[in-house]
Write a protein that binds this ligand. Structure first.
Ligand code: CP3
Length: 343
C-alpha cells in the first residue's frame, strides 16, 4: 500500500478516527471547471477519455483548483457497453446515445463479457499516470456503473426520466434481464480489479437509476449484482456503493461487503445513521442545487450537515453529481467549509 500525505478518505472508509471528515464531489472532474470547458472545445468526449494525458489533466483540476481530498479518474460509466461491443455516442449538450439497443437473446449473446484489461487499457493507463502525478497528495478513486444502471442505457439507448423501456424489458423478460445483468457484472468485476491494480485506492459503483425501481424490484434487479461486485472487490480495495434513491436498502447495504454508501438528499442524516447503525461509512448528501445558493448559506448548510452526520465514519459529498452551472468559488466554499469545520 502506498503512503498518502492526505489519506482522510481511506481512513473514513476503514472507520478510523479522523481529525475532520474528507470531502470530494461526485462529477467533480469536468463539467463546471473553466479549464475543462476549454479542453472540451478542442477534443471530443471519448478522445478526452481515451487519451491518458488528457484524462489525467482533467482528473487533477479539482484537486489543484478546488482542494478536494480525493481525485476521481476522468472517464465514463458507458465505457463498459463499449467494451462489451456496443456503439456509444456522446452528443455534446444532449448526453449519451446507443443506436443499437439490446432486446433479444441474440443481442445478449453477442455481448463480450471478458477482456476489460485490454479493451479498457486506456483507463488503466490514465489511472497509473494520475497516481504518479498525484504523488501521494490525495487518494485516487476508480469507478464503474452498476449493472442495473448500465442495463438502463443498453436497453433504453439514451437517458430517460422514467426508464420505462428498460423496466418493460426487465418485467417482461426477467430471465434475459438477469443474463444481461450477469454479463455486465462479470466484466465490471474484472474492470474494477484492474483499476485497483493500476492505482485506484478505492472504487465507487454508480447505480444512478436504482431509484427508478420499487424496493421489491431493486432487491431483484439491482442489489444482488451490487453486492456481488462489493464482495469480489473487498479483498482488493474498499468499495463505495451509490444506489441513488434506494434509501430503503440502507440496512441491507450496511451488512454487505461495501465500506461506504452514498446517499442523496431525500433522506436525513439521522435516519440514514439509524438504518446503518454505524456499520458502514456514509457519503453525501448535499443537494447539488444548493451549491447555487449564496456562499454564506452554503457554508452554514455544510456545517449543519456535518453536525447531523457526525464527523466520524462520514465522507462529505453531494447527493448526486455537481451541475455544470456551479460557480467555481461556490464549489470551493463547499470544500473550505469542511476544512474549517470544528464541532
Ligand atoms: O466524477 C467525475 O467527474 C469523473 C468523471 C465521470 C464522468 N461521468 C464524466 C462525464 C463520472 C464518474 C461519470 C459517471 C456517469 N456517467 C454517471 C454516473 C454518475 C451520475 O451522475 O449519475 C452517468 C449516469 C453517466 C452517463 C453520462 N455521461 C451522461 C448522462 C452524460 C451526459 C450528461 C452529463 O451527465 O454530464 C455523460 C457525459 C459526461 N461524462 C460528461 C462528463 C464530464 C459531460 C460531457 C462533456 O463534458 O462533454
Amino acid at each position: 500500500m502506498s503512503i498518502h500525505k492526505n489519506d482522510l478518505l481511506l481512513k473514513a472508509l476503514r472507520g478510523d478516527t479522523v481529525e475532520r471528515p474528507p470531502v470530494w464531489m461526485m462529477r467533480q472532474a469536468g463539467r463546471y471547471l473553466p479549464d475543462y470547458i476549454r479542453l472540451r472545445e478542442q477534443y471530443d468526449f471519448f478522445t478526452r477519455c481515451r487519451t491518458p494525458e488528457l484524462a489525467t489533466a482533467i482528473t487533477l483540476q479539482p484537486v489543484d483548483q478546488v482542494g478536494v481530498d480525493a481525485a476521481i479518474i476522468f472517464s465514463d460509466i458507458l465505457v463498459i457497453p463499449q467494451a462489451m461491443g456496443m456503439e456509444v455516442l456522446m452528443e455534446e449538450g444532449r448526453g449519451p446515445l446507443l443506436p443499437a439497443t439490446i432486446r433479444t437473446q441474440a443481442d445478449i449473446d453477442a455481448l463480450i463479457s471478458t477482456g476489460a484489461e485490454e479493451s479498457l487499457n486506456y483507463v488503466l493507463e490514465a489511472l497509473t499516470l494520475t497516481k504518479k502525478e498525484l504523488n501521494g497528495r490525495v487518494p485516487l478513486i476508480g469507478f464503474a456503473g452498476a449493472p442495473w444502471t448500465i442495463l438502463c442505457y443498453m436497453v433504453e439507448g439514451r437517458g430517460s426520466k422514467t426508464w420505462d423501456r428498460a423496466k418493460q424489458f426487465a418485467y417482461t423478460e426477467p430471465a434475459l434481464a438477469h443474463q444481461l445483468l450477469d454479463k455486465i457484472t462479470l466484466i465490471t468485476i474484472d474492470y474494477l480489479k484492474a483499476q485497483v491494480k493500476a492505482g485506484a485506492d478505492t472504487v465507487q459503483v454508480f447505480d444512478s437509476w436504482a431509484g427508478s425501481l420499487s424496493p421489491a424490484d431493486f432487491s431483484r434487479f439491482a442489489q444482488p449484482y451490487l453486492f456481488r461486485i462489493a464482495k469480489a472487490l473487498q479483498p482488493e480495495a474498499p468499495v463505495i456503493l451509490f444506489p441513488k434513491g434506494s434509501w430503503y436498502a440502507l440496512k441491507d447495504i450496511s451488512e454487505s461487503a461495501a465500506s461506504g454508501v452514498g446517499i442523496d438528499w431525500c433522506i436525513s442524516p439521522r435516519v440514514a445513521r439509524e438504518l446503518t447503525g454505524n456499520k458502514i461509512t456514509l457519503q453525501g448528501n448535499f443537494d447539488p442545487a444548493k451549491l447555487l445558493a449564496p456562499i454564506p448559506e452554503i457554508k452554514r448548510s455544510v456545517k449543519e450537515m456535518i453536525d447531523e452526520f457526525g464527523p466520524q465514519r462520514y465522507i462529505v459529498n453531494l447527493g448526486h453529481g455537481i451541475t455544470p452551472n456551479v460557480p467555481v468559488d461556490h464549489a470551493r466554499a463547499f470544500v473550505d467549509a469542511v476544512k474549517e469545520y470544528s464541532s
